[in-house]
Design a protein around this ligand. Structure first.
Ligand code: ARG
Length: 566
């Protein structure tokens, strides 16, 4: 595909010796609207070098460039040189590229030889997999796919919360009030009940907390009864979680959770001791981070048991050794920003340069229209229920509008679940937001169903028009504003995927495919596609094919299916 921006960099580079290609590239802007050009180069930086007013420089540059086959016009406006891409070249180059690459359009091998770890989802065993976990799960899954698409060797890790004092609580609670059979029938709810009850009773009976600490200690030291109970709880919880993963079609390369690091912590603690980084405080050990304006990182409690932080440090070392990562990414809520800063700093203090390759990717909170969530108080909304409800509601919408659709159930799943995922990936990740059913399941506006519907519509047009990808197409026929606009959005897609990777923001992709869908629907409403004029029909069908492919690729990078009919 012709890289128009690169061509501009070359043109400018030929005239300006004092800036290198990277510098020029960074200076090039996208004007606020296409009628001001597709790209603009501001001449301010050059005015010192050439000792001339930027306006004058812009004017001279534009004149020097004169004609270039890739650009319709190159002209100066004030201090800017504006570049207008040659429309027919644009259409041809993007359509030929999509034709050639198909579902790999936008992929690349830029990540070749580099390993990226994406840690995501990571729910806590014996606790509900609730709506609060959806963001890490779907943002992480999307990032995983994006890195893979760009050629990185990508490892997805589910760092299960399967260790820690709460297991002490669960073990004591189970020993007091638990019933194996009842729990096996409805594991998470029953375990949650035990957990809630334990916390409630512990408010009055302080000694219960002591008991919980005792059992966690026993677990760490390999007490057979404790280990057996813990294993069982882990297994039945994981079975429940997999229902959600199956619905979302998400899998992991590794489920090495917190417990996996239990035997890997002593070495870390020893190293911290040897490097003289730990301080004792009331019997506990910590790393003082005052110098960095952070509270201390607690490494070991006074009874010798370890902490969440210790396990994260051990996990990072293990990952470095096992995968030799280029980047180690953690998709975890913004409430844990401090936690990640602290332990990453500890690794840096230990003298490991790769600490900088560990990246926390935070995201904002989700709340429900009718209030907040609290596991401790037992006020939760299960993710599984949300997904099921979305599928149900979608099915009833389909029954209403298109009762004869084949595979109704399957499509309802793809659309209902897709709608939920899409909404999660629609905004910048750091923003808090309120989950809304109405917005999620709307078939109008900027929603998953709207984009999926556009894909299905494009697909059905291709069928009706008997589209054949081998047909020769006269791209010059695609010259209306609407058509160019679509081509332009398709052309930008590969760069958008790279930007999404750079910023770890899947929503760039979400927004781009919404724009593609909107542009296509606008075109479709004003320009018939299945027409007598065979040449024009073939050209428009090719464009339709491009739209279909890009929407499908975009959705798949978000972890959403694209049904052919709906
Ligand atoms: N299990 C934790 C939670 O639900 C998230 C784990 C995040 N990952 C990590 N490496 N600390 O809050």
């Amino acid at each position: 595909m012709i890289n128009f921006k690169e061509r501009i960099v070359e043109l400018i580079g030929d005239e300006v010796d004092s800036l290198d290609k990277m510098e020029i590239d960074a200076l090039i802007e996208t004007p606020p609207s296409y009628d001001m050009g597709d790209y603009a180069f501001p001449a301010f930086r050059l005015s010192k070098i050439f000792r001339k007013a930027p306006n004058l420089i812009a004017e001279e540059l534009a004149q020097k460039f004169g004609k270039d086959e890739n650009f319709e016009r190159i002209e100066s406006v004030g201090p800017y040189v504006n570049f207008f891409i040659n429309r027919s070249k644009l259409v041809e180059t993007v359509m030929e590229e999509i034709k050639e690459k198909g579902s790999r359009y936008g992929s690349s091998d830029m990540g070749k030889g580099k390993t990226v770890i994406v840690e995501y989802s990571s729910p806590n065993i014996a606790k509900p997999f609730h709506i609060g976990h959806i963001r890490t799960t779907v943002i992480g899954n999307s990032l995983y796919k994006i890195y893979k698409f760009l050629g990185f060797n990508t490892i997805g890790i589910n760092h299960l919360g399967d260790y820690g004092t709460q297991f002490g609580m669960l073990i004591s609670a189970y020993k007091k009030w638990g019933d194996r059979e009842i729990i096996e029938n409805d594991p998470i709810n029953e375990l949650l009940k035990l957990y809630v009850r334990f916390n409630r009773e512990a408010e009055e009976h302080e000694e219960l907390r002591e008991e919980a600490r005792y059992w966690f200690k026993e677990l760490e030291e390999g007490n057979e009864e404790a280990v057996e109970l813990w294993k069982w709880i882990r297994e039945i919880s994981l079975k429940e979680f997999s229902k959600v993963y199956e619905m979302l079609d998400i899998s992991f390369d590794s489920y090495a959770g917190e417990s996996f690091y239990s035997d890997k912590m002593p070495a870390i603690i020893e190293e911290l001791r040897q490097k003289d980084l730990m301080e004792e405080s009331e019997g506990a050990y910590l790393v003082n981070l005052e110098e960095y304006n952070m509270p201390p990182a607690l490494i070991m409690k006074s009874d010798g048991s370890t902490l969440y932080t210790t396990r994260d440090i051990a996990a990072a070392f293990y990952r470095k050794k096992t995968y030799d990562f280029y980047k180690n990414i953690y998709v975890v809520g913004s409430q844990q920003i401090l936690h990640f800063k602290q332990w990453m700093k500890v690794i840096e203090m230990m003298g490991y340069e790769w600490a900088k390759d560990c990246v926390h990717i935070p995201f904002g909170m989700v709340s429900l229209e009718d209030g907040t969530l609290s596991t401790r108080k037992g006020r939760v909304v299960f993710l599984e229920d949300v997904l099921n409800k979305a599928v149900e509601r979608t099915l009833s919408i389909i029954e209403d509008r298109n009762p004869n659709l084949e595979n109704k159930e399957e499509v309802a799943k793809q659309v209902g679940i897709g709608a939920v995922v899409f909404q999660e990936l629609f905004n910048q990740r750091i923003k808090d937001y309120v989950f809304s059913w109405d917005r999620t399941l709307s078939f109008e506006g900027e929603t998953g169903p709207y984009v999926q519907y556009t894909h299905a519509r494009a697909n059905s047009l291709l069928g009706k028009g008997e589209f054949n990808i081998e047909d020769k197409v006269d791209y010059a026929l695609l010259n209306s504003e609407d058509e160019i606009n679509i081509a332009r959005l398709l052309y930008d897609f590969p760069q958008i995927v790279i930007d999404a990777m750079d910023k770890n923001e899947p929503y760039f992709i979400t927004r781009q495919i919404v724009e593609v869908a909107k542009a296509f629907n606008k075109f479709y409403n004003s320009s018939p596609i299945i027409i007598e004029d065979n040449e024009l029909k073939k050209a428009r069908l090719m464009l339709t094919y491009g739209v279909k492919e890009v929407i499908k690729i975009g959705l798949s990078l978000l972890g959403i299916e694209a049904p052919n009919k709906m």
